[in-house]
Each structure stands twice: as structure tokens, then as C-alpha cells.
Write a protein that binds this ligand. Structure first.
Ligand code: GLC
Ligand code: GLC
Length: 814
């Protein structure tokens, strides 16, 4: 069952039924001011940091799930009837409803009792504000006398404190109102230098800023007393809960349309210019007023919207494909790339499942996310890499997370996740291959942000690589530390007290438990690093890395192979994890995927066998589960993984992030049919028809789909902020379609399904546009290349001479 449809032409998903199984959301903003918006206008906004600069209030895990947001009310004044054009919160039966989630904007429109109302929500580029552009049309045969009420609830800035520290917060709320503009200035009188403003394009009939006055005692957002009554009270918030509401009256002739624009913005003032007059306590509104004046004008709002459209067209235009599969096209050309940008902006901080107060930017997460966005924002990717590397520790280890506002490592979570350092090599490798910007390796970068500790970035990579060699276990495999990629495989934790964090409680000295996953990662990162070293002319160093890689591969073969698949780890007792010897958790996806994608066992058939075992034991129609059999009880020696009920999350859920590893593994053994088949099983667009089962948005990946052991097999959870976005984008574009960046140029190495006759693609790479046409002439995936009409040996398109704008590439597969 579907709740809407894709409009690929406009790059939109159109939701036609408001009561979707879960809120289906979108992101507004792509630089500093951000918002989350659901299909019924729920959600909130913040400036840069979803915890420390929360602009509007939102309550997670509410009932209904999504309540609170950017709500408008329309009121038919003669009859007194009122409704919300976004369905929530009044939930009237609308005659027509549609929510169009597009690239950085959302338009929610509906018709009720002959009145059509459509609101376009977006954040203009280079501004710290959002626009709600409302158009109301009277389709009645007679004139309509209407009232429009806006509403939002201000957050008292620190979202964590806002939702816990009520003894203080009920007494600090403050606002100012001037010319109908509502200014939220809680704490501005003391240490803050920023405030929010909420303005309206029209002359207003009244305002409210005190929540209880607007809603009325014992009432909720579905029936505010002020809206019911038909006028606001001009309340001035003092303490309690400041909100913003404007009242605009509209008289519409039959067929007439009117626009009303609301502007919600964030403004910082220089510390010495906070007040105007300087010796008063009144906010200096100069800058804010200029901004408001601009966006009150519809033509300016429209122009800003067009600029935003152009921005996304350009970003997405960098890689466009035309394949026989509509779901592939739509994800690559639009939604998957868009989601990669969301992970760049948000990391794992703010979605409807991440509250925006919990986590900073993950070291491993952000490095992996680079794989999906580096071609769109190379300059910002460079900055991200340097920020990440600055939190690396002198040992080569890394803080597991850092805070985006301070860019410092997060001490609460600390370090000791022994896979972390290698992801920096993977991230830097992706950046170098995309941009060819070797200068980044010479950038001086500190350790733990300590001034004076700078070394060239290249040395950070050396320390990353060394980190593992300094921490090998009894079998010569890497020690796991607190966890590896799987945050929930906590082999040194041994936690027996409720409430302890599995990630930060460590009760063993960590000298025994080893990770075969990190071994696979080491192989991949080591090969990458050797190539980087070679490019720097360090041949001897490169060979020494390759020697270590070969040694690790041999160790994996000897101690990491279980007969039919790769073992997952050794626990603190030196016992195998993910082996036929185990009663539960006999086989794990991570090592099958990662070892094969890293190329372990390609020559001697181990890779093929591991992938066959994966298909036999882990693959379901909804995707590949993380391990089998699921853990039915708590294993103290395994940690959080066994804390989840079977079928969820790391305990045998389909943890979508690692499915593309198997997909890439399949391309490495030349199995394009299997690769694309797995790709399609978790492709959200391909799952649109089963939205009642999948439940999350059909246009973005979710972190998890419930595995076969769960009663809700096939149900997705935790949409949007997941490494799944980058890895799937990377798997489909670089490995299945095979348009792959390399240190020396663009490789063309498709491993596509046998039934595909070919495909076309345009890829902008290092400033040059490559028009690529792939044609299948036989079953094999061997490539015969023609570049600008001339046959070329091998499958690397040589870098064209400087000044070249376009390169034509034809590839025959067969
Ligand atoms: C989450 C974390 C990621 C981890 C994964 C598996 O996605 O953000 O760092 O690798 O879970 O545990
Ligand atoms: C990852 C896992 C999650 C775990 C968390 C701890 O996000 O997916 O299950 O609770 O890490 O930080």
C-alpha cells in the first residue's frame, strides 16, 4: 500500500494521505540554519547545533508520535469553524491534501470547505531563517471572511535543559513585540547574544506570546481557545512558555488568492551592540529588521526559492544516471544523494529518532559519510576531514565523537573503539580520489586539538595505521577495544548493572578479545594507504604497508576463517564469535561483507564461499540480517548486541549500513545479478508498494529493518541519519554502475545485472564532465573502452589535458 508517489520530474515525493504510518519528514536548510519538518508540519528548527541553539520546541516520543511544529490555523469567521491546512493538529477531514517534500523545501497544501491553502516552507541560502509562504484561495461561490493564525513554541535554547530544568525555566521566558514582530529573547539580558524573531508580511490584527493564553487552560494544539474565539489577546510572555502567534484577517472574493508570508529567524549581535539604546535592555533589532523587510516581499521570497532550486539542481547534476531500473535512477539522481547531504549536515544528531541532544559527530560515521557527499561538497569535505583529524589522539586512536559547535572530542564517550582510526584513511582516500588535492596531506593538524602538537595530516594516517599494529591480540588479529564498527559488540564490557553504558563501561583489560572485522578494515585501509604513500614517492614505506596487509590477510585465513564463512571475533576467553561452534550468532554479516569488499579471499575462493553462506543463512526478502541465529538471551561476554530482542538492531536486525558491503563484495566476485538484487531489497523506492509494512519514508534509507526473528519483519526504523546512505550511494554508483574514482582518474568497471542492455551516466569529476555510455554485448563484465572516439587499453579513463570540459566515454561490456 502506498501513501503517495514520486514526482521525479520535480524531485519531490508527494504524500497524499496525512496519516502516514510514521511521520515522513524532510530537512530544511543546508548551511547553518536547519529545520526538520514532517508531512503534517511537525518538527522544529535550530541554528547549527540541535542541542545548544534550539529555536523551536519539540517533544519526542509524543502521542501522537509527531505533535508540535509550524502550525497554521484557518478560521471561517462567520461560522467560527477552524481547521489546520496541514491536517495536524486539528485533524479535520480535508477534501484534498498533499505534502510535497522536495530538495530543501516542503509544501503542504489542502482544501477544506472550499478554501485552498498551501504553505511552502524553506530556508533561503545564506540566511539564518525560514520562510512559510502561505497562499490561500477562495473556491467558494461567495466571498470568504477568514482568519489566519500562526503558531510555534519557542525553545529556551538549550534543548536538554529546556526539557528537564523546569524550576528555572518556568521563570526565564522573555519576549519583545515591535511592529507586529515577535522577538524571543530569553537569556538575552545576561550572557546570550542571540535571539529569534517571528514576523508576518501582513498587518496583524493581534498576537500572542504566552502559551497558556493562546491555548487556554487544559487545552491542546487541536483547539486553542484563541482560535476558537477568533482573536488573540496581545499577551506578552513572562516566564512559562513563550510562543509566537499572529492573527491575520483575510477577505477573499470568489476565486481570489492571497499570500501571507511568515518569517522565523535567528540573529546574533556583536556583544558590544546587544542593546539599542545601548544603556537599555531592549534588543538591537537593526540587522533583523532589514532581513524581515526583505522577506516580507513575495518576489524576494520567490527569488530565494528559485536560488535554492538551482543550488540543488547543480549539486545533484554532478552525477546523473539513466539505467533500466527506475528505483536505481531515482535514488542515485535524487534521493540517495540528497540523504547523503543530510548525513553531512546532521551526522547522527537530529532526526525524529535522534533527539538532537545526544550525540555529536561520530569519528567513524563522518569518515564513512564522506563516501557519499565528497563529490558534492569537496571543500567542506576537506574541512570535515581536518576537523576530524584534529580530534585524533597522539596514540593514533580517536575520540569516538566530537561536538560540532566546539569541534572538540567528546570526553563522555571517550575513545578506545579500535576501528575508528582506520576510517580516517578511508575518508582521506575518498577525498584524494575525488579531488586529486594532494595538498591536504601536508596540512598541519593537531592531536586532541592541542596547540603545538600539529603534524602534517599524512602523519595522522601513519599513526592510524600503526595503531592496530601496536594492538594485536593472541591470534595476531586486532584487539577490539570497546567495540568495532558494531558499537554493540562489547567484548570487554562485562556489564551486569542496569543503566551502565555498554560503550563506556569496560571491565576487562582488553588484551584478549579480537576483531576479524578490524582485520578486514585494516586490509582495505592498508591498501589504500600504500597507494597514497606511493603517490608521495614513498615506495619503501608503501611496500612495508603492503607486507603488513599480506600478513594480516594470512592471519585472517588462518584464524578468521570458519570453513564456510569468516568468523566475527574472539571473545575475552579466546572463544570464537560468529562460528559454527556457537549455539547462537554463528554467522555475522560484517566480516562476510567487509573481508570480501576488501578483497580478502578473492583468489582462493573464500570470498565466493563467504558470500554463498551469506545468501543461504542471512539473506531475507527485506534485506540481509546482521547475524543468525539471533541471541535469545543476554550474554555478558558479548554486551549490548544481546540486549536487543531478537530481530532488532544489531541483534539480527537488517542493519542496512552493512548490506552494501555484501553488495560490493558481490561485485568483486563479478556477480552483478546478486549485487543489484541485494541493492533492490533495501532500496526504499523499491519498497514503496509495501509502505504499510516498511512504515518509514519510501524516499530515504532507514538505519534498520526488522529482521526475520522480529514479529514486525520488514518494518523500518530510524530513518535518515545512517551510514546506509553513503554506503549504498557508493555501492551503486562506484561498484555496480562502476563509475569509480581512483588516484589516477576515473575507472569504468560496471558489474551490472546480466539482463541490463546498458546504461548512461553523466559524472562531473575534477572539473570535467564525463558523458558515459555503457552497452552490454555479452554476459561478461569485461570492459572495452573508447574515449572521445578512440579505443583505450584497460578501464581507466586517463585524466584529460587541462581546460577540457567534456569527455565522451563509451564502454562495451562483454
Ligand atoms: C550506528 C552508529 C555507527 C555504528 C553502527 C553499528 O549506526 O552510528 O557508528 O557503526 O550503529 O553499531
Ligand atoms: C549504535 C547502535 C545502537 C547503540 C548505539 C550506542 O547507534 O546502533 O544500537 O545503542 O550505537 O551508541
Amino acid at each position: 500500500m502506498k501513501f503517495g508517489h514520486f514526482d521525479d520530474q520535480n524531485r519531490e515525493y508527494v504524500i497524499t494521505q496525512p496519516d502516514t504510518p510514521l511521520p515522513w519528514i524532510n530537512y530544511l536548510g543546508c548551511q547553518a540554519y536547519f529545520g526538520i519538518i514532517s508531512n503534517t508540519a511537525g518538527g522544529y528548527s535550530f541554528y547549527r547545533d540541535a542541542r545548544l541553539r534550539r529555536i523551536t520546541r519539540y517533544r519526542y516520543n509524543n502521542a501522537p508520535f509527531d505533535l508540535g511544529g509550524r502550525y497554521l490555523y484557518l478560521r471561517d469567521d462567520p461560522s467560527g469553524e477552524f481547521w489546520s491546512p496541514s491536517w495536524q493538529p486539528t485533524q479535520h477531514k480535508l477534501e484534498q491534501y498533499s505534502c510535497r517534500h522536495g530538495m530543501g523545501y516542503t509544501t503542504i497544501g489542502s482544501t477544506y470547505s472550499g478554501i485552498e491553502a498551501s504553505t511552502r516552507y524553506f530556508v533561503p541560502l545564506d540566511e539564518n531563517l525560514e520562510i512559510w509562504q502561505l497562499t490561500v484561495t477562495n473556491h467558494r461561490p461567495q466571498a470568504a471572511e477568514l482568519s489566519v493564525f500562526s503558531s510555534l513554541e519557542f525553545c529556551l535554547w538549550d534543548a536538554q535543559d529546556d526539557s528537564t530544568n523546569f524550576q528555572r525555566n518556568f521563570s526565564i521566558g522573555q519576549v519583545e513585540i515591535e511592529d507586529g514582530v515577535i522577538y524571543h529573547k530569553t537569556e538575552y539580558r545576561e550572557r546570550r547574544d542571540h535571539f529569534a524573531f517571528f514576523a508576518c508580511s501582513e498587518k496583524i490584527a493581534g498576537y500572542d506570546t504566552q502559551r497558556d493564553v493562546f491555548l487556554g487552560p487544559y487545552r491542546g494544539w487541536d483547539n486553542p481557545v484563541a482560535v476558537e474565539r477568533g482573536h488573540l489577546s496581545n499577551s506578552v510572555a513572562h516566564g512559562w512558555a513563550p510562543l509566537g502567534s499572529h492573527h491575520v484577517k483575510l477577505s477573499l472574493k470568489p476565486g481570489e488568492s492571497r499570500q501571507v508570508i511568515f518569517v522565523l529567524g535567528y540573529q546574533e549581535n556583536p556583544r558590544d551592540q546587544k542593546f539599542d539604546p545601548p544603556d537599555s535592555q531592549i534588543i538591537n533589532k537593526k540587522a533583523a529588521k532589514a532581513t524581515i523587510a526583505k522577506y516580507r516581499v513575495a518576489a524576494n521570497a520567490d527569488a530565494a526559492f528559485e536560488k535554492l532550486r538551482a543550488y540543488w539542481s547543480e549539486l545533484l547534476g554532478l552525477c546523473q544516471v539513466d539505467t533500466p531500473d527506475v528505483h536505481t535512477n531515482r535514488m542515485v539522481n535524487i534521493w540517495n544523494a540528497y540523504q547523503c547531504m543530510a548525513t553531512f549536515n546532521m551526522s547522527r544528531s537530529a532526526s525524529f529518532y535522534e533527539s538532537g541532544i545526544g550525540r555529536g559527530l561520530g569519528f567513524r560515521d563522518s569518515n564513512q559519510d564522506l563516501l557519499g557527499f565528497v563529490h558534492m561538497v569537496p571543500v567542506r569535505a576537506r574541512e570535515r576531514i581536518l576537523d576530524l583529524a584534529s580530534t585524533q589522539l597522539p596514540t593514533g586512536g580517536a575520540y569516538h565523537q566530537y561536538q560540532p559547535l566546539t569541534k572538540r572530542g567528546n570526553n563522555d564517550v571517550g575513545s578506545g573503539f579500535n576501528d575508528d582510526p582506520h576510517w580516517l584513511i578511508i575518508g582521506v582516500g575518498a577525498y584524494l580520489k575525488e579531488t586529486g588535492d594532494w595538498s591536504i596531506l601536508d596540512e598541519p593538524v593537531p592531536y586532541d586539538n592541542a596547540p603545538g602538537s600539529e603534524t602534517p595530516l599524512y602523519e595522522h594516517l601513519q599513526r592510524s595505521f600503526r595503531y592496530t599494529l601496536d594492538r594485536l591480540g593472541p591470534h595476531g588479529l586486532p584487539l577490539i577495544g570497546r567495540a568495532d564498527w558494531n558499537d554493540c559488540l562489547n567484548l570487554n564490557c562485562f556489564s551486569d548493572s542496569p543503566g551502565q553504558s555498554f560503550q563506556t563501561t569496560t571491565n576487562k583489560d582488553g588484551k584478549v578479545a579480537e576483531s576479524v572485522f578490524i582485520a578486514g578494515l585494516f586490509v582495505l585501509a592498508g591498501r589504500e594507504f600504500a597507494e597514497i604513500a606511493k603517490h608521495r614517492g614513498l615506495d619503501t614505506e608503501a611496500s612495508s604497508y603492503l607486507a603488513e596487509v599480506a600478513k594480516m590477510e594470512a592471519t585472517i585465513r588462518e584464524h578468521g576463517w570458519d570453513g564456510e564463512w569468516f568468523i566475527r571475533a574472539y571473545d575475552d576467553f579466546g572463544r570464537k564469535v560468529g562460528s559454527k561452534e556457537n549455539a547462537e550468532g554463528k554467522i555475522f554479516i560484517e566480516t562476510q561483507g567487509f573481508c570480501t569488499l576488501a578483497g580478502v579471499g578473492l583468489e582462493d575462493g573464500l570470498a565466493v564461499r563467504a558470500l554463498e553462506s551469506t545468501r543461504k543463512l542471512l539473506a531475507t526478502k527485506h534485506g540481509i540480517v546482521l547475524q543468525q541465529p539471533a541471541y535469545s538471551k543476554y550474554y555478558i561476554e558479548l554486551g549490548e548486541i544481546s540486549s536487543y530482542p531478537p530481530g532488532y538492531k544489531e541483534n539480527a536486525g537488517i542493519f542496512c549500513h552493512n548490506n552494501p558491503w555484501v553488495i560490493i563484495g558481490e561485485t568483486r566476485v563479478d556477480n552483478g545479478d546478486a549485487a543489484h538484487d541485494y541493492y533492490s531489497r533495501i532500496n526504499p523506492s523499491a519498497r514503496e508498494e509495501i509502505s504499510e509494512i516498511h512504515r518509514c519514508e519510501p524516499y530515504v534509507y532507514s538505519q534498520m529493518i526488522a529482521g526475520r526473528d522480529a514479529p514486525t519483519h520488514g518494518e523500518a526504523k530510524n530513518s535518515w541519519l545512517t551510514g546506509t546512505a553513503a554506503w549504498n550511494y557508493y555501492a551503486i554508483t562506484q561498484w555496480i554502475l562502476g563509475i569509480r574514482t581512483s588516484y589516477d582518474g576515473l575507472l569504468i568497471a560496471p558489474v551490472i545485472p546480466k539482463s541490463w542492455r546498458g546504461f548512461k551516466a553523466t559524472r562531473k569529476f575534477r572539473g570535467v564532465t564525463y558523458n558515459i555510455e555503457v552497452q552490454r554485448t555479452g554476459d561478461c563484465n569485461c570492459v572495452a573502452l573508447e574515449v572521445n572516439g578512440k579505443p583505450i587499453k584497460g578501464n581507466l579513463v586517463p585524466l584529460p589535458p587541462p581546460g577540457t570540459a567534456i569527455v565522451e566515454v563509451k564502454a562495451r561490456l562483454g
